[in-house]
Design a protein around this ligand. Sequence first.
Ligand SMILES: Nc1nc2c(ncn2[C@@H]2O[C@H](COP(=O)(O)OP(=O)(O)O)[C@@H](O)[C@H]2O)c(=O)[nH]1
Ligand SMILES: [Mg+2]
Length: 387
Amino acid sequence: MISTGMYGIDDMLGGGIPDGSRVLYSLDPGVDGQLFMISTLYEALEQKKTCLVIIPHTTVEAFLHEVEHLRGHKIRPEEQGITFLDSSDRERIRRQAGKGGQMVNAWQEQIKKICTEKKIEVLFGYFDVLYEDLGLENGLSLLSSACCTKKSTVIVEHLNLDGDASLDLPEVRRAFDLILAIKASFQPLPHFNYFTILYTSWSTQLRRSVPFQVKSGHIVPYIPKIVVTGPPNSGKSRFVLNATALGVSVDRVGCDGPTVTTAMDFGWLHWQDFDITLYGTPGQPRFDAMLPGVLRNAMGAVLLVDATDREQLPRAKQLFKTIAKLHLPLIVAATKKDIPGVMGEDEIRTGLGIGKDVPVFPISALQKNDVRDVLECLVASITRIIS
Ligand SMILES: Nc1nc2c(ncn2[C@@H]2O[C@H](COP(=O)(O)OP(=O)(O)O)[C@@H](O)[C@H]2O)c(=O)[nH]1
Ligand SMILES: [Mg+2]
């Protein structure tokens, strides 16, 4: 087993990358994801594995410089059992072999030779230039199978310019044991990066997506937070409980018990590839001091308003203003639509002072389907990709 070198990701993979696996780190354009490959490289070197690093797009010097810049920490190739094939090797191979099949063979021989002589345990390959030079099939087979012994682990990075569908191609699936897609998502604010474990050959776990941050040269995954707020009695506890019950895999169910309304409601669900934590805030104004802390790092918010209770509107408006200041994706859910005589959407909009840009969902917080519609809309607005 080799470690990815990234906090949390080994756990998601069931302990790490099994020896002899072939791994693809697929980066979307514009995503801050070079540290995936580099973290795994540092970890392999740390574990004193012999490594071959194929960087046909750059020179060793430039690569080491870039890596040090990203990670904040040097690699010393002479001390660390690391061999490179870089842009000068690519030039040599191109000169000697010319185009087409001969070039594939020349690469293959070169890699094989190094793998045998140096007993390479982990091969790191940057794919894009090889793809350009050799084509998809040849490039893939070069990096994923042909060259080293069955026991060597192969880690490939590429910049995915062809979109998600290219990762579903049978030849791509066949070539790898783990495909990790690294993406960026945009809502005007906040921008966030996330990775999706698309496929592993060794486990049938749910495909899952996890946002990450880059902190001091390391990838740090984090669980997105959705805050559910609203005045007392607006249905927050019900909403969180029903949302959590919707999750495919439920770890923890609301820990505030059946009646307590002052404690936080807390739910966890697996939803559309994301692991989401729901935080239901206490609604009373005396807890307002908590709210900025709860909203920090939140990915979105749901504001609940009891549609049977006009007197709640000023308080709900206050909460709305607090959230609006943070530019978080926000949805208003007007609860208790199942009770006769509820306020209409216009009255709620006017009472809260909100425009058409904020969706208002009339719901019953007792109905899982209604709760699901709200979450669906919120997750869609959080993860909308600008195309
Ligand atoms: N009929 C109906 N009752 C609701 C709805 N939402 C909440 N309730 C009830 O309203 C009361 C307050 O809900 P609760 O979730 O505890 O509100 P919280 O104080 O915001 O956490 C409870 O008795 C719920 O069963 C709804 O949409 N329809
Ligand atoms: Mg409550």
